[in-house]
Design a binder for this molecule. Structure first.
Ligand code: AMP
Ligand code: ZN
Length: 116
């Protein structure tokens, strides 16, 4: 689904209807700080167009999925973090709470693997 969703929090952030701490924007993606950070740098990168998860985005607009990784790397540079983790949660069972595709960029501290 690529139509803006009135009830979608990240569509509303993209539209400027809900405030966010924006750190970067590209022609395809917007990056803003997570409201409940799990690391010193915790930024969400979202496509401007609504897709419910990463697979839906990859199916319909792979160039934007690629752009999100480029944006994540730009933000990591801005934040001067050496090494970072990118995560897409897909489905409620995996902890997805906002059903607008988003990449979590985490860094700024030592990150254990596998995550807890
Ligand atoms: P997920 O659990 O993978 O769906 O990630 C959703 C993320 O959105 C969580 O890490 C939340 O902390 C974050 N979040 C929820 N509301 C906001 C908001 N208004 N601004 C920024 N981040 C938010
Ligand atoms: Zn949306």
């Amino acid at each position: 689904m690529s139509v803006p969703q009135e009830d979608c929090l990240f569509c509303r952030i993209v539209a400027g209807e809900v405030p966010a701490d924006v750190v970067h924007r590209s022609e395809r993606s917007l990056a803003f700080r997570d409201i409940d950070p799990k690391a010193p740098t915790h930024v969400l990168v979202v496509p401007l167009v609504h897709h419910c998860n990463a697979a839906d985005l990859a199916d319909n607009d792979p160039a934007t999925l690629a752009d999100m990784f480029v944006v994540a790397d730009i933000v990591a540079d801005q934040e001067q973090i050496i090494g970072y983790r990118t995560v897409f949660n897909t489905g409620a069972e995996a902890g997805q709470t906002v059903f607008h595709a988003h990449l979590h960029l985490l860094g700024g501290r030592s990150l254990t693997w596998p995550p807890g």
